[in-house]
Design a protein around this ligand. Structure first.
Ligand code: SAM
Length: 280
């Protein structure tokens, strides 16, 4: 039995508050508090940080974050059924947990936390990628967050950390690794969750770099990468012909072979091409 705090075990919490898992909300709960504390530790020292948690559910990861010493946790949960269980946690950690009963896609979250801010979440899979893309594409860099520690389906996690040359390498890898370091910190079997999902999961840890690895305009880079991977089997000169009438020249000026395919191009190459595209 996990005893990271004095609160009841999660199975009891779920039974007391009638928190049967809802598929539409991506509810696969972590009930082992030793595991949730381990995930919280992937985020590093939390004692000097405010933490955003998306989708606390019955609060397993929330308790892990608080037991690991998070200065403050702001948790956004869409399912109002979870609020009484989360209120019990807030009472056990006075002044350190605030819960917003909202849709995480609609909240101006950064205004709710003081810097430095870390985001830690066992994300609902249906909105996980969308939230990640938003966190990776703020209006200015460095972003409002210092690190992201996020649970994904393993296949998505592999796309985030992928290197050029394989099927997993694509827009998500370029977006994530252009301005952050990214690694898979843990993998978890379906049985770690209740109910178990169909696929394996993994925790990805990203840390924001102070500056992008290579110079490029963010919007142009995003356009180039989107077009390149939308037709990833085509050669670059064909996949990117809509970007510029003299795309072959620009590819060559960027040091890229027009006959290469998107998955062979490293981030540095996409950035060089974005710079060439913006050149008058
Ligand atoms: N953190 C808990 C855990 O680890 O056991 C629950 C994780 S469960 C995979 C995802 C949680 O996100 C659920 O509690 C679900 O209700 C919540 N959720 C789903 N969509 C949401 C949204 N758009 N905004 C906020 N929370 C959401």
């Amino acid at each position: 039995m996990s005893t990271i705090d004095e609160l009841p075990p999660l199975r009891e919490v779920i039974a007391t508050h009638g928190l049967s898992a809802r598929k539409a909300l991506g509810q696969n709960f972590l009930l082992d508090l030793n595991l949730t504390a381990k995930i919280a530790r992937v985020a590093g020292d939390l004692t000097e940080a405010d933490v955003l948690e998306v989708g606390p559910g019955p609060g397993g990861l929330t308790r892990g974050l608080l037991a690991e010493g998070a200065r403050r946790v702001v948790a956004i949960e869409k399912d109002a059924r979870c609020l009484p269980a989360l209120a019990d946690i807030a009472a056990a950690y006075p002044g350190r947990l605030d819960v917003l009963n909202e849709d995480a896609l609609q909240v101006d979250w950064a205004a709710e936390l003081k810097a430095p801010r870390k985001i830690v979440a066992n994300l609902p899979y249906n909105v996980g990628t969308e939230l990640l893309v938003r966190w990776l594409t703020p209006a200015t860099w460095p972003p409002p967050w210092e690190s992201l520690t996020l649970m994904f389906q393993r296949e998505v996690a592999e796309r985030i950390v992928a290197q050029p040359g394989g099927k997993a390498y694509g827009r998500l890898a370029v977006l994530a690794q252009w301005r952050a370091s990214a690694r898979i910190a843990m993998t978890l079997p379906p049985e770690a969750f209740t109910p178990p999902p169909k696929v394996r999961s993994a925790v990805v840890h990203l840390e924001a770099l102070p500056e992008p690895r290579f110079e490029a305009d963010a919007d142009t880079l995003s356009r180039v990468v989107k077009a390149a991977f939308a037709q990833r089997r085509k050669m670059l000169r064909a996949a990117l012909k809509g970007l510029s009438p003299d795309i072959e020249d620009r590819l060559q000026a960027a040091g890229l072979k027009p006959t290469d395919r998107a998955e062979q191009v490293p981030i540095e190459g996409f950035c060089a091409l974005a710079r060439e595209i913006t050149r008058p």
